[in-house]
Design a protein around this ligand. Structure first.
Ligand code: FAD
Length: 303
């Protein structure tokens, strides 16, 4: 017979850790289960300088500070990947590679994964001119030339943000029509330092230690041209890490909508952080969700 936890938290990024710290302080019996490195995506943020309390800090160093709090609070941290999450007889069953965790409530904070372009050097140039988050890293390219790849609202909005701080912002999209709204496309077009090129795809990232340019190709004519840019932002979407969830709580894209208490459509199942359907994904928001969820989980458990 498995032990029954008050709460199992899936994912030890800022959201999962935020929730774990608060629940532990409230005296609940919890397990924080993480498939990879504690700190989550913060580990791949080159530099974080918008997090209150830290002037400017490399992402991996901030992730260590997050994990230090977990250790200081004596939180039951378990390295395991959850492969399925179900609810049976009012209890949540999180089955991992190594063990099965049973709990009265669950906090789902397993985040998202950036969709990659899939070109050679994409990993090599990541953090050296290539970034998946304009809002986070755009200011490193102040006064420089950058390229945004993508045609959804996120790509368009991040291109507008970049247009405001860079010398020139290019945007390429593989179709002539944008998935994002016409209003946002028009707003982007109103910038004098923006060039929109369609239907183009990237075919090569140039540079070894740092990005020096991107070769793009017209999808109909095959014509190629090189854009000399110092920054490139592939913003072709994020996939929620939610495939393992067998509860009926996901929207059509796999994100998890919640109410203002961070509860999903299944009683006792809470979610927060990047896995929610939202436009802005940031550390402070993820952490905030974790804290709000901890209060709601307390309320739910005491009922
Ligand atoms: C390149 C980059 C730079 C960024 N820079 C900044 C910045 O400067 N400032 C800022 O505020 N934000 C920044 N962000 C955004 C920020 O990192 C995220 O918003 C934040 O980390 C989201 O926290 P989270 O806890 O929701 O998810 P994550 O941080 O993604 O954590 C989710 C965790 O869940 C784990 N997990 C997934 N599936 C499972 C499973 N099945 N079982 C167990 N564990 C699982 C993952 O391994 C991961 O550790 C950046 C993001 C990127 C990609």
């Amino acid at each position: 017979m498995n032990k029954v936890y008050d709460c199992v938290i899936i994912g030890a990024g800022p959201s999962g850790i935020g929730c774990a710290l608060a629940l532990k302080d409230k005296g609940f019996d919890i397990a924080l289960v993480e498939a990879s490195t504690p700190g989550g995506k913060v580990n791949i943020a080159p530099r974080v300088d918008n997090y209150p309390g830290q002037k400017e800090i490399p992402g991996p160093d901030l992730a260590v500070l997050f994990y230090q709090r977990v250790l200081d609070h004596n939180i039951n941290f378990i390295g395991d990947e959850i492969k399925s999450l179900t609810k049976e007889n009012d209890l949540f069953i999180s089955k991992g590679n190594n063990d099965t965790y049973v709990s009265k409530t669950v906090y789902i904070a397993s985040g998202t994964t950036e969709r990659k372009i899939g070109l050679p050097k994409e990993d090599q140039l990541f953090g050296h001119g290539l970034s998946y988050c304009a809002l986070c890293d755009g200011h490193f390219f102040k006064g420089q030339d950058v390229l945004v790849i993508g045609g959804g609202n996120s790509a368009l909005k991040e291109a507008i943000y970049l247009a405001g701080i860079t010398n020139h912002t290019y945007l390429i999209h593989r179709r002539n029509e944008f998935r994002g709204s016409n209003k946002i496309v028009d707003e982007l077009k109103s910038f004098k330092n923006v060039t929109i090129l369609t239907p183009y795809i990237p075919v090569e990232f140039l540079g070894e230690d740092k990005l020096e340019g991107v070769v793009i190709q017209h999808r109909e004519t095959g014509e190629k041209q090189t854009l000399s840019v110092q920054g490139v932002f592939p913003l072709v979407g994020q996939d929620p890490n939610s495939k393992y969830i067998e509860l009926d709580i996901k929207n059509e894209w796999g994100n998890i909508p919640v109410d203002r208490k961070m509860m999903t459509s299944v009683e006792g199942a809470f979610a927060g952080g990047d896995i929610l359907p939202r436009d802005i994904r940031q550390i402070y928001l993820a952490e905030h969700d974790g804290k709000v969820a901890a209060n709601s989980i307390e309320e739910y458990l005491r009922k």
